[in-house]
Design a protein around this ligand. Structure first.
Ligand code: FES
Ligand code: FES
Length: 160
């Protein structure tokens, strides 16, 4: 099958990247294979599990369900852009403190969804937390500890 290529320019974690990409390449493959940012995980590769969640212009997207060419001109934040180089973000700290990590495969995607939630709602309600986490499947840690971590991170980020 013939391959088609297009030039794209995408800002990822504050760094601009210009590349010629296959028009069939997903944003997930662009992030993992082209930019070698392996923190964003591939779970189902089918828009169901949320492991590949990143922020695109501030909104959560499943990067396995976005083409790299659709991200042309966009600002992307991945898990690598969440904290400083030698520190964790309050969201990551809270997930660890609350025991909300077991295998951790879902965690990068969860962190991105929590980040998006707290950007809009610094003091989220239980239903806002449930809704925000509804696109991220975690098979092993359960959601109670994750929800507790969201509340804890929110309090830290509010300066409490
Ligand atoms: S890997 Fe993208 S939603 Fe599962
Ligand atoms: S900690 Fe294993 S899937 Fe969430």
């Amino acid at each position: 099958m013939e391959e088609y290529y297009e030039p794209i320019c995408v800002e990822v974690n504050g760094v601009e990247h210009q590349r010629l990409v296959r028009t069939s390449m997903t944003l997930l493959d662009f992030i993992r294979e082209e930019l070698k940012l392996k923190g964003t995980k591939r779970g189902c590769d089918n828009g169901e599990c949320g492991a590949c969640t990143v922020l695109m212009d501030g909104e959560c997207v499943y990067s396995c369900h976005v083409l790299a060419v659709q991200a042309n001109g966009a600002k992307i934040t991945t898990i690598e852009g969440i904290a400083g180089s030698d520190e964790l973000s309050p969201i990551q700290e809270a997930l660890m403190d609350e025991g909300a990590i077991q295998c951790g495969f879902c965690t990068p995607g969860l962190v991105m969804s929590i980040k998006r939630l707290l950007n809009e709602y610094p003091d989220p309600t239980d239903s806002q937390i449930s809704y925000a986490l509804s696109g991220n499947i975690c098979r092993c840690s359960g959601y109670v500890s994750v929800a507790n971590a969201v509340k804890k991170a929110a309090a830290v980020l509010r300066g409490e």
